[in-house]
Design a protein around this ligand. Structure first.
Ligand SMILES: [Zn+2]
Length: 74
């Protein structure tokens, strides 16, 4: 589950929040839903991961060209 940083637009408090798909984020201080999502370390790392070529194909552990499970070890 991703952790996002938010800044409350009403009281200015900044906080981190673990966001589930069914969670509506709100400020822990004033309970406002007027939040601005900040760029966090986690979000930046995720964006970079998506920008990289897919790891599918060669076995992730040994590089066997037929994919995971094809080699003797994995
Ligand atoms: Zn607030």
């Amino acid at each position: 589950m991703p952790i996002y940083e938010y800044a409350c637009q009403d009281c200015g408090r900044e906080f981190e929040l673990l966001v589930r798909s069914d969670t509506v984020p709100e400020c822990p201080q004033c309970h406002s839903a007027q939040l601005k999502k900040q760029l966090s370390v986690f979000a930046t790392a995720g964006a970079q991961a998506h920008a990289m070529p897919a790891a599918a194909g060669p076995c992730g552990s040994c590089g066997h060209p037929d994919g995971p499970g094809s080699c003797a070890l994995h």
